[in-house]
Design a binder for this molecule. Structure first.
Ligand SMILES: Cc1cc2nc3c(=O)[nH]c(=O)nc-3n(C[C@H](O)[C@H](O)[C@H](O)COP(=O)(O)O)c2cc1C
Length: 221
């Protein structure tokens, strides 16, 4: 079982959020997962140009570090997403990765994968950012087991508690993967997406040939 952790703070090893990620990966490793940590803030990842060619070819036309990140995510059973709260959102570095992933959404490429979301903030505005990450994962066809957030203003004890909770959640992510845990609400969201999006795929079948072939192969249309 492989679990990939994504960090996205520009503060590198000084990042508060990285402490949660390291603990979650440690928990996952103790539960038997092979783990890897990727810092997208250190990578060269350009903005999506909305060229739409990935829908036709199945690959992104921009050649940069995104493609290697995606390869690792597709190879993983679980993903631990982490981002500090930047203006009540994820960092631009993580948002750029999300924006480069329309193919993942169109083809529901995280189907069968599980994720955990982590954030830290100066305020208590944690759930909103965790929700943004969870929502991305569900849009990609995957399941989120939940998240851990910590307001750094609440001091070192709060951070210690969040680190320990992240470790437990990292273990739980590995357990969710092992038992193929069901999340009925998220599954309903996947079904609703597929029911609606099949008409979008069919309406664009002349250009979105890769998407269309994928949906036929999956039996979704
Ligand atoms: C550009 C920037 C924007 C931020 N925006 C918010 C915000 O909207 N709400 C908040 O609670 N904290 C905000 N913060 C504080 C960070 O979320 C907080 O310090 C976090 O722990 C940093 O995580 P890191 O050490 O992993 O980078 C912001 C910090 C920066 C540098």
């Amino acid at each position: 079982m492989k679990i990939v952790g994504i960090s996205s703070s520009p503060r590198g090893k000084n990042s508060n959020t990285l402490k949660l990620l390291d603990a979650a990966l440690d928990g996952a490793a103790k539960a038997g997962a092979e783990v890897e940590s990727i810092d997208v803030a250190k990578m060269k990842i350009k903005y999506c140009t909305a060229c739409d060619s990935c829908y036709e070819t199945g690959v992104c036309s921009i050649k940069d570090d995104y493609n290697g990140v995606l390869e690792k995510l597709l190879d993983a059973d679980g993903i631990i997403w982490s981002s500090p709260n930047y203006i009540t959102n994820v960092t631009a570095q993580l948002k750029t990765v999300f924006d480069r992933s329309p193919l993942v959404i169109h083809e529901q490429l995280f189907d069968g994968k599980y994720s955990l979301s982590l954030t830290t903030a100066g305020s208590d505005e944690l759930d909103f950012v965790l929700g943004i990450i969870d929502n991305f994962m569900v849009h990609c066809g995957g399941n989120s087991i939940g998240g851990v957030g910590c307001s750094v203003a609440r001091g070192p004890e709060a951070m210690e508690a969040a680190i320990e909770k992240s470790r437990e959640m990292g273990k739980d992510l590995a357990e969710a993967i092992k038992e193929k845990r069901q999340y009925p609400k998220q599954e309903a969201a996947h079904e609703a997406f597929r029911e609606h999006f099949k008409y979008v795929i069919l309406a664009n079948k002349a250009n979105w040939t890769h998407n269309c072939d994928h949906w036929i192969e999956k039996g979704w249309i």
